[in-house]
Design a protein around this ligand. Sequence first.
Ligand SMILES: [Mg+2]
Length: 282
Amino acid sequence: MSLPAVLEPYPRTDAGAAALAALLGDPGQAMLAFDFDGTLAPIVDDPEQAHASERSVHALQRIGPCVGKLAVVTGRPVRTALRLGRFAEHDGLSHLTILGQYGAERWDADTGAESVPPPPAAVAEVRDALPALLDSLGLPEVRIEDKGRAVVLHTRLLDDPGAAQGLLEGPVADLARRHGLAAEPGRYVVEVRDPSVDKGAALRTLVAETGMRTIVYAGDDLGDLPAYAALKGMRDHGEADVMLVAVASDEQQALMPRADLVVHGPDELAGWLERLADALGC
Ligand SMILES: [Mg+2]
C-alpha cells in the first residue's frame, strides 16, 4: 500500500516503510514503544522536572485506543515515569505498559498492577562510595541521582559537562565493575546499574507476551541501542515488521545511522504521532 501523503517525514528505508504500511493496515497488531527522556519528555537541567510534553501525551491518548499496545521503556523507575508522564491520569492509555529501570520494573494501565522488585545491594554500595570518588577526581559538584536499582551521575549543570563526563567515566566504570555492575554513558550522564537487564530483553519479552506483529520504537540515547538491536534481530528473523525511530539531538547521534525514521526532538516526534493518529482515523 502507498503511505498517506500527510504522514511526512516518511521512513527512509524499505523495511521502515513496510512496517509503517503494516501498522496502517492492521493497527490492532501493532505496538508503539517509546523511551521517555529526550523522546516523550524534553531534556531539561533538572531530571526531576523532565515532564512528558503535553503534546506527546495527547497524541498517545489519540493513538492508544487504535493500536494493540503502547509501551514506555525507560531507565526511570516506573513510579517516576508515572509521575512525570501522568500516564495514569489520562484517558485513552488503557493499552499502556511501562517497563521501568530497563525492564526490571513494570506497570500495566489496564490492571494498575505494579511490579517493583527490591534493588540489588551492590547499587547501594556504589552509591555510598561515589561521593569520595567524585571528591578524589575534583568533581564534587557532580549530581548523584539515586534511582534505587541504579545510580546516575549528572554532569549537565557543570561548566564543561563533556570534559567532566570524560574524567569520571573510567573510574566510575572501575568502581561499578568491582561491585558486579556496569557503568553506561548517556547524554551528560553516567549510569551505574545491573547489566543483566536492558531495553532489548524487556521489549522482546513484551512482544512475545502480546504477540504483536508490527513494532515501532523511538529513542534518543545510547541506552536505546539494545532495543534497536533486539528489534532489528526480530525483523531480520522475520518475527515482526519493525520501524526504528531516532529522536535526534546535537548531543547524541549514535541512533541515527541505524534508524528507519529520524525526527528532531520530542516535539517533532509528537507532530509525527499526531499525523499518524490522523492517518489511522483515531
Ligand atoms: Mg532517552
